[in-house]
Write a protein that binds this ligand. Sequence first.
Ligand code: 9MR
Ligand code: ZN
Length: 538
Amino acid sequence: MSNQSLPAIRVNQIGYAAGLPIEAAALAEGPFRLTDAQGRVIRLLDGAKCHLDEASGDHVRLLQLGTLPEGDYALEGGGEKRTLIVRRQPWRTVGNALIKGLYYQRCGCALEEKHAGVYAHPACHTKAAADWERPDVFREVRGGWHDAGDYGKYTGPGAVTAAHLMYAFQLFPEGCGDKLNIPETGNGVPDILNEARYELSWLIGMQRADGAFHHKLTKARFAPFIMPQDDREPEYLMPVSHCATAAACACLALGSRVYRPYDEAFADRMLRASLAAWQWLSSHPDFVPFRNPEGVRTGQYGEQTDADDRFWAACELYAATGDEGYRLAAEALYARGLTPTRFGWADVSGLGALCCLTDLKERAGGILFGRLPEDFLRGCEQALALSARSGYGTALAPDHYVWGSILPVLSNAMAMIIGERLTGRTDFRDAALRQWHYALGLNALDLCFVTGFGERQVLHPHHRPSGADGIGAPVPGLIAGGPNQRFPYPGTREKLAPDTPPAKCYLDETPSADTNEIAIYWNSPAVFTAAYFNMITR
Ligand code: 9MR
Ligand code: ZN
């Protein structure tokens, strides 16, 4: 994708909020002017210099347009003109779509036309799965979300995704939208919790009789690009793992808190499962990393440690039960040196931190109420500094454009959102907003990463249903992983010029799983971010 072909002005393609600071990126030095719908000049910006943005190789500057009332504006400069939309609640629709995107990932049930429209399909993956280690033992574990562009279901990533949704609801209920037109809509439970419950119910089923959790429920190999209902080869309950068990333990303890007001019995079931998982973890203290068994090629989701997962679990079990033992365990695990601002599947320390900062508070005691918030705010400062260093305001170091780079970007948004909640600092809020703008088009690719949205859309995500359904437009409301310079596929590398800068290592092509796959745990931090901004622009 050559730079020349892209416009000199980059904007949040979905729009901006009246009342929040408005920024656009300019890749030209001359003066810029902003006019309103009547053609009146609202802002004149001088011809300040652009600076080299290391991640993209672009010469760029961020134009500060201040706050503006609702309306349609035009930004002109560098020989170009671009529309800029300002609304009171610009991100409600995309926020809802990001949750509904998870509905489209539902496994084990039919997506009916009245909810899924043209993306309807019959039930998939309904057969009992064999235990990989005891192939004569079968269990029926229905439900859950397909993880990503593949049809696997992975315990740890699923737990993290459900947790993002639950925390979005706990912290920003008014920003979570409702009436998503999913099967449960109107049942008296907010739809974000209805959707998360679809995963939680499946998660409970991933527990083995001894309390441990199977790492994943997948086939031995990824399916070809076929519809899920046509993917009929057997699925397996793959071996249990420490990380899966601890993440599920944490998520289900959280679930027991969140769902108690709606369904006591469901809350109790989750708590029982969580307690049994903790029991197993206590009697299996030595970490064993999960490795794909011989012959298995589906996602490995391998990790170096389970300390972060155990920490999160201990925090949530303390919040759910008030039992001092969990608090002491959480303290001891935290003392091993965790980074409390990480919210991705590989490092879930941030979710434990969220529990301490937003639920436990004083009850967390000395270390977790004293040192943890300090460490947390230091992490926010680091994210803020990354954003300030980037020409586009993106909180990602130039050498961190990894597979799924949208995750560290949005994880930093989540951290700064919490940072704002803790301190009231608007610089955290505004830097978090820049990450949201990044996701929605203010970036080096001039691309809105959410399918179905924006002027320049992701059209060919690595997503089996989108590729196989014969419908032109991809399934909407799914966020692509984005540029990846660290581990590109050979097929991606050969299509990109050898000197392509990190933030441009992206292909909108179906085979490019390394840059253009979607994943549930990339949607969910976007849901969290949307919920916050939707709440403060309410
Ligand atoms: O999100 C995962 C990313 O961090 C890894 O670098 C990548 C390669 O191991 O795998 C990603 O996860 C994929 C998983 O293994 C299988 N389902 C699709 C996931 C998204 O690409
Ligand atoms: Zn399925």
